[in-house]
Design a binder for this molecule. Structure first.
Ligand SMILES: [Zn+2]
Ligand SMILES: [Zn+2]
Length: 222
């Protein structure tokens, strides 16, 4: 339903190509690495946009053989990727405290990074496919309010924040904005943060500030 034709097959094809290349690199550069730890079995959500976008990604650590210098790993990784048609580059790795080098490869939207440094025997391999939408965007409809002027209970008033909607009025109960960002009002909780989803507030429980939201309560007994 609403699936984008061929999108899952395309993502699976990219994931399989990524895995094959990572396996080749790992087997060559850090033999003996447990490839079972290369988590590339299922795509995960990369962006909570509507529709969400999925990708395969994996990170695995190998051990550089004692007889092999980090610079040799850089050269060999670059050569292997070049030979397989990847667009390659090298750059200083600025993510760690010690100097290291990252070899990058790009092909068909897939990317691979190999991080090596002389100070450590660890060689970090990571890769990801592009993030693809697997279904068409769903049209969003606000949910029905949980309370209306006709159904608000005696002793209660409609919530001034959501007007009885119950769902968070900022995101409409999705928990996220249409750009995928966490909703700043409910922080992902999906319900109105004032009435916590019930759509109405007990008059006797209103704070002084909350009472100012209801001009009709002015002068009424608390
Ligand atoms: Zn509310
Ligand atoms: Zn919200």
């Amino acid at each position: 339903m609403g699936d984008i034709s061929g999108a899952r097959e395309e993502l699976d094809r990219l994931g399989a190509a990524l895995r094959a290349q990572l396996v080749e690199l790992i087997a060559d550069l850090t033999p003996g690495t447990d490839l079972g730890l290369l988590f590339l079995d299922e795509p995960t959500v990369a962006d909570w946009t509507e529709p969400p976008r999925y990708q395969y990604s994996g990170l695995i650590r190998g051990e550089r053989p004692a007889t092999v210098a980090a610079a040799d790993i850089v050269r060999r990784a670059t050569a292997l990727l070049d030979a397989a048609g990847w667009e390659t580059g090298t750059a200083p790795d600025t993510t760690g405290a010690r100097p290291a080098v990252v070899v990058t490869g790009h092909r068909d939207g897939n990317s691979i990074e190999v991080r090596v440094g002389e100070h450590t025997s660890a060689v970090m391999f990571s890769g990801r496919t592009p993030a693809l939408a697997l279904r068409a965007p769903r049209e969003f409809r606000l949910p029905d309010p949980v309370r209306t002027p006709d159904t608000v209970e005696t002793g209660f008033v409609l919530c001034y924040e959501c007007d009885g909607l119950g769902a968070c009025p900022e995101c409409g109960g999705r928990g996220r904005l249409s750009d995928g960002q966490m909703c700043p009002e409910c922080l992902g909780a999906r319900v109105c943060p004032i009435c916590r989803g019930v759509g109405q507030l007990l008059v006797s429980g209103l704070s002084d500030y909350q009472r100012t939201q209801y001009p009709e309560l002015r002068g009424a007994p608390e």
